[in-house]
Design a protein around this ligand. Structure first.
Ligand SMILES: Cc1ncc(COP(=O)(O)O)c(C=O)c1O
Length: 387
């Protein structure tokens, strides 16, 4: 299949918008949305039969296909609504492992919602949530590992690590960090919110204690579909945030039913994976990664920006510092997003990192280099007017 504008009509994306923010919420192809609607209709035709007889069979099929896609054993994986729920689920169940003075640590590249969860858990247990600095964009895997080694103390109980960071788009060397932390008895929680569909995953081989990741960002499922992988040794100690009918059964049965809800996003895993496989995973990875690197090169050379991330630390996204002095607060980042959308019709997210403002581009198979040329023109116009 040819990539670029020719396949953009596989999505409902607005033709008038240059969409460079696949990262925030993903974008679901039309075919997958149709399959989701078909599950909803099937449910509504005979709700009782669907939930009592069909749901479990379909869920097991979905899990089995997902497990293959992300390199997990079927028996180690459950579904949740999103990565936020994945992290919250694990941390709430781990509260009983924490005592006052223990540290839960994370690099400053952490997603803000997860940092809030860490502080919330710290408040409830007397543990301390600790954020430590890893520089950006001039960084490499050795420096990241060195920073983590320096941060670990006898009090470090849990580390939360993004597989791909939200504000900086960096891919972290999680396997090496997990090995290091395991050898020191530190519990490892990997927030892979962006990883499924962007990285060739083999979750089992990473050796983490916990791994969560969204399927609704880069794997093309409808919103509300994420995985939670739990290592064997923890499965009996982790409960869903909502306790319901199957509490006390196996952890997979417990997670499969947390009250009545629309299961269609979970059941759409199978059509989403079919859609992905038809594109060809290897080709998607090659196209998106090359496009994001070419786009980064183009933007940085046109705007005379010298520092950007190493290309081998990027997947399908790249964060670049906005070369304009602005007030550093969340309101500014939202105003910038609104401005680029309303004035230039470009959907682009802005983030604060290390007291600087970055914009983050994404590359997906419906993008072409012309999208980033439009962005360059918009940025030049914006910079001229805001000198
Ligand atoms: C690293 C990371 N963790 C968690 C999330 C939250 O994802 P969700 O809203 O699907 O839970 C995001 C969202 O972009 C993220 O980048």
């Amino acid at each position: 299949m040819e990539f670029g504008y020719r396949i953009k009509n596989e999505w409902l994306l607005d033709d008038g918008v240059t969409f460079l923010n696949h990262g925030s919420f993903g974008a679901t192809p039309l075919k997958v949305l149709q399959a989701k609607e078909e599950f909803e209709r099937r449910l509504e035709r005979e709700p009782f039969t669907f939930f009592i007889e069909e749901y479990n069979v379909l869920l097991i099929e979905s899990l089995s296909k997902l497990a293959k896609f992300v390199g997990s054993k079927e028996e180690n994986i459950v579904l949740v609504e999103n990565a936020t729920t994945g992290v919250n689920t694990v941390l709430r169940s781990l509260e009983k492992e924490l005592k006052p003075g223990d540290e839960i640590i994370t690099p400053n590249h952490v997603y803000h919602g997860v940092w809030n969860t860490m502080k919330f858990i710290a408040n409830r247990t007397g543990a301390k949530a600790v954020e430590f600095d890893i520089p950006f964009p001039v960084v490499n895997n050795e420096l990241i590992i060195e920073k983590i080694i320096n941060q670990i103390t006898p009090k470090t109980k849990i580390i939360i690590l993004d597989h791909i960071a939200s504000p900086t788009a960096l891919i972290f060397p999680v396997k090496e960090i997990i090995e290091l932390c395991r050898s020191k008895g530190i519990i490892t929680i990997i927030d892979g919110a962006h990883a499924p569909g962007m990285l060739e995953l083999n979750i089992e081989s990473l050796g983490a204690d916990f791994y969560t990741g969204n399927c609704h960002k880069w794997m093309f499922t409808p919103k509300g579909c994420a995985l939670l992988w739990i290592s064997k040794e923890w499965q009996s100690k982790i409960n869903p945030l909502v306790i319901s009918l199957f509490h006390g059964n196996s952890f997979q049965e417990e997670f499969a039913w947390t009250g009545t809800k629309n299961p269609a996003p979970w059941l759409s895993l199978s059509p989403a994976i079919d859609f992905y496989n038809a594109l060809d995973f290897t080709k998607v990875r090659e196209y998106n990664h090359k496009l994001v690197c070419d786009a980064t090169e183009l933007i940085c050379s046109e705007l005379k920006i010298n520092e950007h991330a190493n290309y081998d630390m990027l997947g399908f996204m790249s964060s670049i510092e906005l070369p304009v002095k602005m007030k550093i607060d969340e309101k500014t980042t939202m105003e910038l997003r609104n401005h680029f959308m309303k004035k230039y019709w470009i959907e682009l997210p802005f983030h604060i990192f290390d007291n600087r403002i970055f914009f983050r581009i994404s590359a997906q198979v419906y993008n072409e280099i012309d999208d980033y040329k439009k962005l360059v023109s918009a940025l030049k116009d914006f910079i001229t007017k805001n000198k």
